[in-house]
Design a protein around this ligand. Structure first.
Ligand code: ASP
Ligand code: MG
Length: 421
């Protein structure tokens, strides 16, 4: 069996959905489990809806209407008016979404309600894709990934409970997937109390890897709007080169530092089971793309990875005292509690510096707790991080001018530059 993953860009409009159906059909339309994420930028649209609900903004109804109209237009384009294919399920999901928003108490527990609401992007997209496949004659089984991907309650970044997940996948999904073309949501799961959880933004690749690992798939293919894994993001750097082969180790490093083409958690479950990963173009599905596996040798090429929206935090002790281990311990406890992930860190005699993905709410919560520690914090926002994996001669000439650098750091096989854009 093969696992396919189609991201938001591949199903951003009706033509995208038709293209996805053609690709699935070209593989015979069976013995495939297809993971689909929310259409286009609809996860961002749901985040905007949440923010509007949180701030009790008068824009909320308009944002909701735009979200529904976007999907309604795709439905109208895909199906003749007299066909109810997909429409009944989607209408019902709109209603459920609206009730979930009405019932949310975002001020009480933002992350919990975030997951209850954000999951609707995937639920709706998979209903539409599944209905369209059926409409074109491709029989398929829509499944709810919340029945199979069982997680803890770390909302917005839930951890998979592998043992429990394995049991339901073996008992319930395996027999289904052996006989049917299966359509499943990426990104979403179920928490200990039956509530929605999500695996972290862009987590659908990870869902594909989890299913592949547990079902012993022969391969995973992530269909993207780029020809495969490039040595630099084509939207940020000139003359990127396609990497036709990559080892799991190199892929993990590239994804970890922010190469957005593969979600960082995707590789490990595949590596553990020796399942190859293909990254291929949905606009040019005959091209071979990139193959990630264990036999590929070490990458020789320099890779440039760009991450925007970074914040540099500098913690300093008061009265020039040295940073003590117990202060670092307390800081790390706070990072963990507020789900702040450190992309880079450095320590000096009287201060500790780190670079994180900027998130206003989490940073504010950290600031509040910091009042108890004998430390001051200065924050610089709006930075970019460029990581060069396998640096080579002359590579710095491809980066922004040195006057813009705020921090440079070497780790293992990479050099990282934090830059004012
Ligand atoms: N729809 C989710 C997101 O945009 C998950 C995914 O795309 O993989 O973050
Ligand atoms: Mg998405």
């Amino acid at each position: 069996m093969q696992i396919f993953k189609f991201g938001g860009a591949s199903v951003k409009d009706a033509e995208g959905v038709r293209n996805v159906a053609r690709i699935i059909d070209s593989f015979g339309g069976s013995n495939v489990l297809v993971v689909v994420s929310a259409m286009g930028k609809s996860t961002n649209a749901l985040e905007r809806i949440l923010e509007a609900a949180y701030h009790q903004s008068p824009e909320l109804p308009a944002y909701l209407q735009a979200f529904k109209s976007y999907h309604d237009e795709i439905l109208a384009d895909l199906f003749p008016e007299e066909h109810l294919f997909g429409r009944i399920d989607v209408q019902n999901l709109y209603l459920e979404l609206e009730c979930a928003i009405d019932n949310a108490n975002l001020r009480h527990d933002y992350d919990f309600f975030y997951d209850q609401i954000i999951a609707f992007g995937e639920l709706i997209s998979t209903r539409i894709v599944s209905a369209y496949l059926l409409f074109t004659g491709l029989r398929n089984q829509w499944i709810d990934s919340r029945n199979f991907i069982l997680t803890d309650d770390r909302y917005r970044d839930a951890k998979v409970m592998w043992n429990e997940t394995e049991v339901v996948v073996n008992n319930r999904l395996r027999p289904l997937s052996e006989k049917n073309l299966v359509i499943a949501q990426g990104f979403i799961g179920k928490g200990p109390n039956g509530e929605n959880t999500t695996l972290g933004r862009k987590g659908s690749d990870y869902t594909a890897a989890i299913y592949a690992h547990l079902l012993g798939a022969e391969s995973v293919t992530i269909w993207k709007d780029v020809p495969g894994v490039m040595n630099a993001d084509p939207k940020k750097f000139e003359q990127p080169v396609l990497l036709d082969q990559l080892s799991y180790e190199d892929a993990i490093e590239l994804a970890y530092y922010g190469a957005s083409v593969i979600h960082p958690k995707t590789i490990q479950p595949l590596q553990a089971a020796g399942i190859p990963l293909f990254v291929r173009s949905f606009t040019n599905p005959t091209l071979p793309g990139t193959r990630v596996d264990q036999s590929s040798g070490q990458l020789q090429q320099a890779c440039l990875i760009h991450k925007s929206n970074q914040a540099l935090l500098q913690f300093s002790t008061r009265n020039l005292t040295f940073i003590a281990e117990n202060q670092l311990m307390q800081l790390f406890t706070l990072f963990n509690a507020h789900k702040i992930r450190l992309n880079l860190m450095q320590n000096a005699a009287t201060h500790f510096t780190c670079v994180i993905d900027y998130n206003e709410n989490r940073l504010n919560a950290l600031r509040l707790d910091l009042a108890n520690l004998e430390m001051d914090l200065s924050v610089t926002v709006g930075l970019d991080m460029i990581s060069v994996y396998q640096p080579s001669e002359g590579i710095e000439s491809r980066l922004p001018a040195a006057e813009k650098w705020v921090m440079k750091q070497q780790t293992d096989r990479s050099t990282h530059y934090v830059i004012r854009p």
